[in-house]
Design a protein around this ligand. Structure first.
Ligand code: SF4
Ligand code: SF4
Length: 195
């Protein structure tokens, strides 16, 4: 997977931990990771066609819709019951985040960098990726360094950000990993009367 799309994860906690839940508008939320992965393969062409369709739409209007859908979907998803991004994606730290982490954990920074991290494919020295998956700080689907987690983890899956239509390749990559992205993209298709 390209490092460009390597991401972050945020742990949003809600009281809901069910497999499938419907709200008053019959908004079906799929949380089964096997079904999500399978549908990502089945719908790959459709997802790219929808990407082309979205590229022709008003970007600001799409952002408004996506932000609302994102908030709605979040109400039905408990990230601590999922943690799939922490399992499937490579964790990215900025150098100052590694400073903060190693100081707080009282571990040797150079040892941590040498033993646990790697550069990205472009050799960018401003950030480092953990060299193993799942993330070594994940335990029982919980982040053990939550207050010290990288901003990348905090921002994932980026759906609160603007300019959604400029990031659609990444959205499609994350569609098969993150139930939030999967459900928002599917609901967006319905909202746009695309399916
Ligand atoms: S640092 Fe925490 S939030 Fe980030 S990938 Fe690791 S376990 Fe997940
Ligand atoms: S993959 Fe998505 S739903 Fe699962 S823990 Fe990460 S952000 Fe939350």
């Amino acid at each position: 997977m390209s490092n460009i799309f390597i991401k972050q994860r945020l742990f949003r906690q809600t009281a809901v931990g069910c497999k499938l839940k419907n709200d008053k508008r019959d908004m079906k939320i799929e949380l089964d990771l096997n079904i999500i992965k399978r549908n990502a393969k089945i719908r790959e062409d459709e997802n790219f066609r929808f990407r082309s369709y979205l590229k022709g739409q008003d970007s600001k209007k799409i952002d408004q819709i996506v932000h609302k859908l994102y908030e709605s979907v979040l109400n039905h998803i408990d990230c601590t019951e999922c943690a799939n991004c922490c399992i499937e994606l490579e964790t990215c730290f900025q150098i100052d985040e590694i400073d903060r982490l190693t100081k707080s954990l009282n571990i040797n920074k150079e040892e941590f960098i040498n033993q646990s991290t790697k550069l990205d494919e472009f050799g960018d020295k401003d950030k480092l990726f953990l060299n193993s998956k799942p993330c070594q700080f994940l335990k029982d689907k919980k982040c053990t360094i939550y207050p010290l987690r990288p901003e990348e983890c905090n921002s994932y899956p980026y759906l609160h950000k603007d300019n959604f239509t400029t990031r659609l390749i990444g959205v499609i990559e994350n569609y098969e990993i993150c139930p939030i992205v999967y459900n928002v993209y599917e609901l967006l298709k319905r909202r746009m009367n695309y399916k």
